[in-house]
Design a protein around this ligand. Structure first.
Ligand code: PLP
Length: 451
C-alpha cells in the first residue's frame, strides 16, 4: 500500500477557522470530553468567518429588491452580487448560466424536476442506484425513471449508463447523478458522464451536496461536451449553516413555464386574471429571500477559496487514507464500498467511511461511540435506502418484511464522515474505541461459546 502519512509537524491545522470544536459533550463514565464530530456528511459546523460576516453585515440587513431605503439597496446589491461569487466558485458559465437561491440541495432537485417537466409527455430521466432520496423521489412521480447500475463496491457502472442511453435512443432528457456518494464516498466521473449524456442528446445534473464542499468543482464552459448543465448544493454542508442552497443552470431553462411556487417577488405584473412572470432567477425565488443565508454562503466560499479547494481535497484525502490504513484488517469490522489501496484510489473517494461491527446493531454502535468517546457519527441508511439495501445484499423479500412489520429493527450501517478540521488524533481516538468495542465483542462471544 502506498499511503501518505503526514508527520505531525507538517500537517495543516484548520481548527482555528471553526466555531465550536472545543465544545464538551457528556459521556457515560461521567463528566465530559471534547466532542469529536465525524458527522460532516450530514451537516458541518460554521466557519468563524461566516459567523463574523453575519454579525458584520447585520447592521445593514434589510428586505431586498423592493425597498428604496439605503439598507435595502445595500442588501439587494449584496444578494445579487452573491450570484457571481457562487458562479465563480464552481466555474459556471456567466454567458449562459444563472443561479437560483433556495433552501438546500433537496429543494434544488425538486425545483429542477418541475422546471424540466413537459406536461404533454412523460419523458425519461436516468438516475442511479447510488443516489440520495433527494435525487430519486423528485423524479419518480413526473418522469419515466430508470436507474444506472452499480458494481459490487457500489461504484457507478459507466458501461451501463452507455447501454441505457443507447437503448432509449435519444429519449433521455436528463442524467441526474450524485457528484459523490454520502454513503460510500465514491466520486463519480462527472465529466465523462456529461460527455456521454450530451452525445445522446441528454442534459446532466450533478447533485453536488457531497462534492462541492470537499473538492474543486468546475462546471466548464457551455460549449464543451463535458459541461455540467445543472449543479445543486447546500451551504450547511460547507460550513455556512444558515439555510441556503443553490441551483445553477442555463438561464433559458428558467425562462420557460411557470414556477412551482408563485407569489411575492416572482411577477412583473398581475391582473385579476393574468400573470406576467418576472425574469429568472427572481421568478424562481418566491417570497422574501434568505439574505443572511446567502451572506453566510459567500463568506464560506471566500474562506474555502482562500485555503484552496485542492488543499481541502488533499487534506481530507490524507485523513481518509489514514483512517482506512488503521481500520482495514480489524477483525469483526466490515467496511463497505471497498478499501482504497493507494493514493489514487483514495482520491476517487470523499471523506466518508461506512462500516458495521459484526453482531452489533448499527444504532448501538453509533450510540456507544457517542456515550463512550463523545464521537458523533450517523447510523441507518443515510437517506439512500435503495443503495444501502444493495450494499448490504438485502433480498427483496426481506425488504417486504421490514415494510409490513414496522417494529423490526431496520438494517443499516454506521458512517464516519470527516470535515476539513478533523485530525489524525481524532481518528486515532475513534479507531482505538472501535478496537475496544471489537475486543469486548470477541471476548463475550468466546465466553458464550465456552459456556
Ligand atoms: C448526496 C446528497 N444529496 C442530497 C442531499 C440533501 O441535502 P439537503 O438535506 O441539504 O437538501 C444530501 C444530504 O445529506 C446528500 O448527501
Amino acid at each position: 500500500m502506498n499511503f501518505r502519512f503526514f508527520p505531525l509537524k507538517n500537517r495543516p491545522n484548520y481548527r482555528s477557522l471553526f466555531v465550536g470544536l472545543d465544545t464538551h459533550v457528556p459521556i457515560a463514565l461521567g463528566g465530559s470530553t471534547v466532542g469529536i464530530n465525524f458527522d460532516n456528511a450530514a451537516t458541518t459546523p460554521p466557519f468563524l468567518s461566516v459567523m463574523e460576516e453575519i454579525v458584520r453585515f447585520a447592521p445593514q440587513y434589510s428586505s431586498i429588491h423592493r425597498g428604496a431605503g439605503y439598507k435595502s439597496v445595500i442588501s439587494s446589491q449584496v444578494y445579487e452580487q452573491a450570484r457571481n461569487e457562487v458562479m465563480k466558485f464552481v466555474g459556471a458559465d456567466p454567458r449562459t448560466d444563472g443561479v437560483v437561491f433556495l433552501k438546500n440541495t433537496s429543494e434544488g432537485l425538486n425545483k429542477l424536476s418541475y422546471r424540466l417537466l413537459n406536461k404533454n409527455r412523460r419523458e425519461v430521466v436516468l438516475t442511479t442506484w447510488m443516489e440520495h432520496h433527494s435525487n430519486l423521489l423528485p423524479w419518480r412521480d413526473k418522469y419515466s425513471v430508470d436507474y444506472v447500475d452499480i458494481d459490487e463496491q457500489g461504484r457507478l457502472r459507466l458501461e451501463d449508463l452507455q447501454v441505457k442511453l443507447e437503448r432509449y435512443q435519444g429519449a433521455v432528457k436528463l442524467v441526474t447523478v450524485t457528484g459523490a456518494s454520502n454513503v460510500t464516498g465514491h466520486r463519480n466521473p462527472i465529466y465523462k458522464i456529461a460527455e456521454l449524456a450530451h452525445r445522446y442528446g441528454a442534459k446532466i445534473c450533478v447533485d453536488g451536496a457531497q462534492l462541492v464542499p470537499h473538492a474543486p468543482v468546475d462546471m466548464r464552459p457551455a460549449h464543451l461536451p463535458e459541461h455540467i448543465d445543472f449543479l445543486t448544493f447546500s451551504a450547511h454542508k460547507m460550513y455556512a449553516p444558515f439555510g441556503t442552497g443553490v441551483l445553477i443552470g442555463p438561464r433559458d431553462v428558467f425562462e420557460q413555464g411557470s414556477p412551482e411556487y408563485s407569489g411575492g417577488g416572482t411577477v412583473r405584473m398581475v391582473t385579476s386574471d393574468r400573470v406576467i412572470w418576472d425574469a429568472p432567477p427572481h421568478k424562481e425565488e418566491a417570497g422574501t429571500p434568505n439574505v443572511m443565508g446567502v451572506v453566510a454562503l459567500v463568506a464560506a466560499i471566500k474562506t474555502l477559496s482562500n485555503i484552496g479547494m485542492k488543499k481541502v481535497q488533499s487534506h481530507e484525502e490524507s485523513l481518509v487514507e489514514y483512517a482506512y490504513a488503521r481500520l482495514q484488517g480489524m477483525e469483526g469490522l466490515t467496511l463497505y464500498g471497498g478499501v482504497p489501496m493507494n493514493s489514487h484510489q483514495a482520491s476517487q473517494r470523499i471523506s466518508v467511511i461506512p462500516f458495521n461491527i459484526e453482531g452489533r446493531h448499527h444504532e448501538d454502535v453509533a450510540e456507544m461511540l457517542s456515550l463512550e468517546g463523545g464521537i458523533a457519527v450517523r447510523s441507518g441508511c443515510f437517506c439512500a435506502q435503495p443503495y444501502v439495501q444493495r450494499l448490504l445484499h438485502i433480498p427483496k423479500r426481506d425488504i417486504e418484511k421490514y415494510i409490513s412489520n414496522p417494529s423490526l429493527p431496520l438494517p443499516g450501517m454506521v458512517r464516519a464522515s470527516f470535515g476539513l478540521y478533523n485530525t489524525q488524533e481524532e481518528i486515532d481516538g475513534f479507531v482505538d474505541l472501535l478496537g475496544r468495542m471489537l475486543r469486548v465483542r470477541k471476548l463475550s462471544r468466546t465466553a458464550r461459546l465456552g459456556r
